[in-house]
Each structure stands twice: as C-alpha cells, then as structure tokens.
Ligand binder design. Sequence first.
Ligand code: SAM
Length: 288
Amino acid sequence: MSGYAGTPRSGAPGQVKEVTSLANPVIKDIKSLALKKFRDQQNAFLAEGLKLVIDALELGWTIKTLVFAKTARGNPLVEKVAARSVAAGALVLEVSEKVLTSVTRKDNPQTVLGVFEQKLMPLRDVSLSGSDVWVALDRIRDPGNLGTVIRTADAVGAKGVLLVGDCVDPFALETVRATMGSIFAVPLVKASPDAFLSWRKAFKGLVAGTHLKGAVDYRSVDFADKPVVLLMGNESQGLPEPLAERCDVLLRIPQAGRADSLNLAVATGIMLYEVRRSALSLDGVPAA
Ligand code: SAM
C-alpha cells in the first residue's frame, strides 16, 4: 500500500488522517481490491461494517487500514476500533461520504470499512477428530453461494471449508458480504484435487459426497460421533468422477417436481444440518 495517506486530523495528529480526495493513492489501492489480481498483490481484502470489523479484530485478524465516515466521528465504538487499529499499526482514515461511496460502489455504504490481511490454513494442518465436520467444495464458482456456505458452516459449527480446484475467490467482496462476518470465523483451505485426494488417503473419517446419481438417501446415514468431510459438487457440472469415486458414500437429497437439482448452497445447508443433527439443539445441549 502506498505511503501517502492524507492530512492528519486535528485532535489526533499523525494517527487518523482525513481524506477527501478520490485521487488519494491509498483510496485507489483500496478500490483496486475489487479485482482478485490486486487483492492477491496486496494480500488483502475489504470487509464492510462496524460489527464485522470488531468481530475480525476480536478473532485476531490483522487489520491494514481502517476507513470510517466523517459522520461516524464521535461514535464511541468507532473511536474504540480506530484506537485499536492504530495500536495494531494500521492506517486509519476518516473520509468523506463521496470517498466512501466510491470505495464500496454503493449508494448507502456502511460507515466503517476494514482492509484485512488474507488468511488461509494450510491443508496439512487440517486434522479432524471426534465429530468434527468440514465442508469440501469442488470448483465452486458463485461468490454468493460460497459466502452462504461459509455462513452456514459457521452456523452449524463446522470446523472449516476446503476449496478444491479452481474456486471463486473467498476474499471477493461479494463473497465476504454474503458470509455476513463468518469469513472471519471459519478457517479456509485451498487445495488442488490431487492434493485433496492425497490428504483424503490419510483421513480416517467419513467422506460423504453428494451426487444427483447418489444411491443413498442422505437421511439414512448415521453421521454422529465420527469426523465427516462433506463433499459438494460444482454448480453446473456436479462432482467429477475422480472425486466421486473416492467418496465413502454418495448421497442424494430426494426431490419431487420438475427441478433438476437444488442450488448448491441450499443442498449444502440441508446436508450440514443433517450431518450436525445430533450436535445441535436450541438450548445448546446436544439433542438426545
Ligand atoms: N448439473 C449438475 C449435476 O449434474 O450434478 C447439478 C449440480 S448441483 C446445482 C450442485 C451440487 O449441489 C451437486 O454437485 C451436489 O453436490 C449438490 N446437489 C444439488 N442437488 C442435490 C440433490 N438432490 N442431491 C444431492 N446433491 C445435490
């Protein structure tokens, strides 16, 4: 990220910079995060909203730049996040509405944005025990689907999401938006199909694939008390043969009506709630 940030704000000299110009190089860098090429170059991504930024900091994510609207000045939570970001060595910018709108390309943008360092878990660190569940996604392409799956994985207490093959970028703004903050709570791993298959060789739990030609009703399997990897296929092509044949079981969700298949994120949600059935209850105590 470029060195020049803006004018030090009076009252907090050298800590919070005021930016009103769309030509400010830091603002240009943040806007460039809309493209994967620049997200990767800067090893960064953008998250919108005060709650998300607070959650990310709580969960130990590294903030590079905090941006907040002039109108948010004086909000005690914003001031606290700003102080915390300064202490963490981040750049803190107070910007005009015009600048904020240009960064988020939204008419009513959130008043707080954070630029965070990307973080992925290495595949070799993925180790399941007890009744741990991971979701593995084969070549997922749709950012909204990926964000929804990450959010659902978080909701059911899955331990992580494994992205197999050429997947959509989890740090794309649309994905991050769809996760509603769960991007910060769910470990993500990227792996080639070969790397996933060799990891799978050493995995002792159940690899449950989902397939439109699956012979087994997803409700007939007992998922309790064993580690499970739930493998979901690509939106248009489904699971390819080399992955499907390495699953312990191929499950199908019965359908009536004319739809050929379920939306990937919907199918993942149905499956995750079945896999986690015995671990979830309304009072937090596992169902009997
Ligand atoms: N045309 C694709 C095919 O032939 O597999 C449809 C893929 S579907 C939109 C995306 C993924 O969602 C599938 O690969 C599977 O993992 C899951 N899926 C969707 N509907 C399903 C069902 N009824 N049973 C099992 N899995 C399903």
